[in-house]
Design a binder for this molecule. Structure first.
Ligand code: HGY
Ligand code: MN
Ligand code: MN
Length: 414
C-alpha cells in the first residue's frame, strides 16, 4: 500500500486523549499537570506503558525527556515527532498532548499496515514545555538542542519559591534518565499542535502550515519598597512597591500598542508582599511576557520597558532587581517541510494556510538542530491555556493524517 492511502484511526486517538485527560483532571473540566508533579509522573507512566505496548524502545534522558523509538531499515538519523504532556494550571486536553499521542497513533497505523520505514521513527515527550512551575519554558527541548546548559536547567528552582529544583523533582518521580541529553541524532522533527489562536477557525481553514515561531522574552522585576500603614503614611513619604508593579503593567500595554505590528505583551504574574489590604506593599514581583515576530521591534519594546522600570523605581524611591528568564529569538521553520505539509494537506483535500505561531513550542528549539516544522489545527474560539480549550474531532483527525503523510515522506528518504 502506498503511504498516501494510509489513514489514522480517530477513535483510537480520541480514546488516548480522553484517558490521558483523566490525569490531573480539574473538577470543572480541563487539566492541571504541572511539570514534574505527581500528575506529570502519572501521565509519563501511562505514556511509557503505551510506548511499550507498541513495541517501541523507550529511552529517557538526563532531563527526563522521553522517547519511544521504532526501528527502520537503516539505523541512521531518525525522524521524530513529539510535543509535551505537562500543562499550565488551567490546561486543556490538547495543548501538547495531541502532538505526543498523534505520534503513537502513527506508530499504530504503521504497525497495523506492517510497514517498515527506511529511517527509524521516534515519538517524544519533552520535559517542562510550559515553564509555569520552572522557567524557562520549552526547557527539555532547549537542553536537547544544546541551546541551554543542562546543569543550569537541572538547577532551575520552582517559580513559587518552594525549595525544589528540576533535578530533585526528576529524582523524586523517577525520570532522571541515563541517556545523555541530545544524544539521538535527528534527520527531522515535526510537531502537531492546536493553534491556540483564532485564525484557522475565523478563516475556516483546516490546517496551518507553520512557517515560524515569534520571539519570546520573559523578564522578572522585583520592586523593593517599605511596608507601612495604609492610613497614616502621607502619600509623598510612601515607598509603594505595589504601585510600581501596577504601573509597569499599565506601561506594558501602552508600549505594546505604541510598537504596534505583531507586538504582544502580557503581565500574567504579579505578587505583592505582604499582600494585605491596609499595608503599603514592601515588595512586588512582576513577570512580563513580550513577543513579536520582528526581533528588532521586540528588543526595542524590551529596552523601553527596562527604561520605564528604572524611571518608576527612581520616582517612587524603590530599589529593584531584574532577571532575564527567557530570551528566545524568532525561529524560521524548514521551507521544504512547510511546503511538504501544504502539499500533503491539499492531497488530502484539506484547506491549508501558511502562518506564524504566537505560542512557543518545542519545535522552535528543535529547529536549531534539524529541519523542523509544525502543523496546526483550529482551536474553537481561539481559546487555550484555559479549561475551555477545544478542538473538533474531525480537525484532530485531519491534523494527524497530515502529520502521518508528512512524516512518511521524511521517513522514506533514506
Ligand atoms: O509560553 C508559551 O507560549 C508555551 O505555551 N509554553
Ligand atoms: Mn504546547
Ligand atoms: Mn501551552
Amino acid at each position: 500500500m502506498h503511504h498516501k492511502d494510509l489513514k489514522i484511526k480517530l477513535p483510537r486517538l480520541m480514546d488516548k486523549i480522553q484517558k490521558l485527560g483523566q490525569i490531573g483532571a480539574l473538577p470543572g473540566g480541563g487539566v492541571c499537570r504541572l511539570a514534574l508533579t505527581d500528575e506529570d509522573k502519572e501521565a509519563r507512566d501511562l505514556l511509557q506503558q503505551w510506548m511499550k505496548q507498541l513495541d517501541l524502545e523507550v529511552k529517557i534522558d538526563e532531563l527526563g525527556n522521553m522517547f519511544g523509538i521504532r526501528s527502520g531499515k537503516s539505523s541512521g538519523p531518525l525522524v521524530m515527532v513529539g510535543s509535551h504532556l505537562d500543562t499550565v494550571g488551567t490546561g486543556g486536553l490538547y495543548d501538547g498532548s495531541l502532538g505526543v499521542l498523534a505520534g503513537l497513533e502513527i506508530v499504530e497505523t504503521l504497525n497495523e499496515a506492517g510497514i517498515t520505514t527506511a529511517r527509524p521513527f521516534a515519538v517524544a515527550n519533552f520535559t517542562n514545555e510550559e515553564g509555569v512551575r520552572f522557567t524557562p519554558d520549552m526547557m527539555g527541548s532547549h537542553a536537547y538542542s544544546h541551546t541551554a546548559e543542562l546543569e543550569n536547567m537541572l538547577n532551575a528552582k520552582a517559580v513559587d519559591g518552594s525549595n525544589v529544583s528540576i533535578r530533585t523533582e526528576l529524582e523524586r518521580i523517577g525520570y532522571n534518565g541515563q541517556l545523555p541529553c541530545g544524544d539521538l541524532e535527528l534527520a527531522a522533527f515535526l510537531e502537531l499542535h492546536i493553534e491556540q489562536g483564532p485564525v484557522l477557525e475565523a478563516e475556516e481553514i483546516h490546517i496551518g502550515a507553520v512557517e515560524m515561531v515569534q520571539g519570546i522574552y520573559w523578564t522578572e522585576y522585583i520592586f523593593k519598597g517599605v511596608s507601612n500603614h495604609a492610613g497614616t503614611t502621607p502619600m509623598p513619604l510612601r515607598k509603594d512597591a505595589g504601585y510600581a508593579a501596577a504601573s509597569t503593567a499599565q506601561f506594558v500595554r501602552e508600549q505594546v500598542l505604541k510598537t504596534g505590528g505583531n507586538q504582544v505583551g502580557t503581565v500574567g504574574l504579579i505578587e505583592l508582599s505582604p499582600n494585605l489590604i491596609n499595608v503599603v506593599a514592601q515588595e512586588a514581583r512582576v513577570i512580563v511576557d513580550l513577543r513579536n515576530t520582528d526581533e528588532g521591534a521586540l528588543i526595542q519594546t524590551q529596552t523601553a520597558l527596562d527604561a520605564y522600570v528604572q524611571r518608576i523605581s527612581k520616582q517612587e524611591n524603590l530599589s529593584y532587581q531584574k532577571q532575564e528568564l527567557v530570551r528566545f529569538p524568532p525561529v524560521q521553520f524548514d521551507k521544504s517541510i512547510v511546503s511538504k505539509i501544504e502539499e500533503r494537506a491539499r492531497a488530502l483535500n484539506y484547506s491549508v494556510k501558511r502562518m506564524p505561531s504566537g505560542a512557543g513550542h518545542d519545535a522552535q528549539m528543535m529547529a536549531r538542530l534539524c529541519p523542523t516544522a509544525m502543523i496546526f489545527v483550529p482551536s474553537v474560539g481561539g481559546i487555550s491555556h484555559n479549561i475551555k480549550e477545544f478542538t473538533k474531532e474531525k480537525d484532530l483527525e485531519r491534523g494527524c493524517n497530515v502529520l502521518l503523510q508528512t512524516a512518511m515522506d521524511l521517513l522514506n528518504l533514506g
